[in-house]
Design a binder for this molecule. Structure first.
Ligand SMILES: [Zn+2]
Length: 369
């Protein structure tokens, strides 16, 4: 099952191109077809040697108000790949069972509680309901990779509120987490590695894990980065780019981002200003998602592949913009450790709370599915 996963990702954009040529559809298909170089380039094992394969297609998204047909309806129709029976003969056809789809149904915690200094009013609404089961031919399979979610990696200030306390893991506690993960035999992956492995149909490491940090606070560089290196782990840092681009001292600098990236850390986009992405125009979504992607890629000199919805909030239009921007995956703040091709833009994570001990981390990794 694992080997089948993602093996035919490249088929979908290629088919879209074929459909666009044959049917001569309008903006919707044209924009998707423009993303073909992105998907095909990033699925090749050698894509890291090609400069900016994902940077250029995003500029084809028209900025004018007439570009709204990029996401034609508020339904889930565009968030699932088109049927590809003719070009994917070895792809199994199956009816996805309901148990494969609502991966977020096991959420033991409330999603999307997050506070960011530049966005003082965190939304509280819940996520979009999962899509109903559909019958379609495409790669399938479910694989298990816990994605740990951290925010602040520092001792919170004395006057910190409950949310800040909950989002702050002190460095010594984080070090105990890393010691546990190392001793338990976990191997960290990046989203880029995950895409490479699954697209080649290879097996994942025995105990894979992805460590993520949201927001790009400066303590990611001060504390998380050296501790990760000390224990031989990599992590993915989902950064929102406006505070970095305006040299906000509470956040990473571009020099820090480049240094961490050159040392093997991965970067993903967390938007530009960390807004609630729901019920937004395509122009707004484009400015947040594509701007952030381009800024990061310009600064690290390589494409990025993963997106994290700010505060875990999204709707169908946001998902579609993340797809058309050239990302391969996106993560939420919902609870879970199982992932599939069909849910690759709604990957759940394992929230690590401010007072989680190594034993509690071990327990979370034990129960997460
Ligand atoms: Zn955030």
């Amino acid at each position: 099952m694992i080997k089948a996963l993602f093996r035919f990702w490249f088929v979908v954009p290629i088919l879209l191109l074929v459909v666009a040529m044959q049917v001569g559809m309008g903006l919707v298909v044209a924009d998707n077809a423009a993303a073909v170089p992105t998907a095909t380039a990033t699925l090749r094992p050698t894509f890291t040697s090609t400069p900016f394969p994902t940077a250029t297609p995003t500029s084809t998204l028209p900025p004018s108000p007439t570009s709204t047909p990029v996401v034609p309806t508020p339904t889930r129709a565009t968030s699932t790949p088109r049927p590809t029976p003719t070009l994917a003969p070895s792809s199994p056809t199956m009816t996805l069972s309901p148990t494969n789809l609502p991966l977020s149904a096991v959420t033991p915690t409330s999603p999307a509680i997050e506070s960011v200094p530049t966005n003082p009013s965190p939304p509280t609404a819940t996520a979009v309901p999962a899509a109903p089961p559909v019958q379609i031919s495409r790669p399938t399979g479910v694989f298990h990779v816990p994605i740990l979610m951290y925010h602040y990696l520092s001792t919170p200030p004395a006057d910190a509120d409950a949310i800040r306390m909950d989002l702050s893991v002190p460095p010594d506690l984080f070090e105990s987490h890393l010691a546990y993960l190392r001793d338990a035999g976990y191997q960290s992956l990046s989203f880029q590695q995950l895409a490479d492995i699954t697209s080649r149909g290879e097996a994942l490491p025995p105990k894979p894990i992805i460590i993520t940090f949201d927001d790009g606070y400066r303590d990611s560089y001060q504390y998380a980065f050296p501790l990760l290196q000390k224990y031989g782990f990599t992590a993915t840092f989902f950064i929102f780019t406006q505070p970095i681009d305006t040299a906000n001292v509470n956040f990473l600098s571009w020099d820090m981002v480049r240094e961490m990236h050159q040392a093997g850390m991965e970067f993903g986009s967390h938007s530009h200003t960390h807004p609630d992405l729901r019920r937004r125009t395509n122009e707004f979504l484009h400015s947040e998602i594509v701007t952030s992607k381009q800024l990061i890629e310009q600064n690290i000199g390589e494409p990025i592949y993963a997106f994290a919805y700010p505060s875990g909030l999204y709707d169908d239009a946001a998902i579609d913009m993340v797809k058309s921007a050239g990302f391969l995956m996106a993560v939420t703040t919902e609870w879970g450790g199982r992932h599939s091709y069909d849910r690759r833009f709604l990957m759940p994570r394992v929230r690590i709370r401010g007072n989680d001990t190594a034993a509690m981390l071990a327990e979370k990794l034990k129960i997460v599915e």
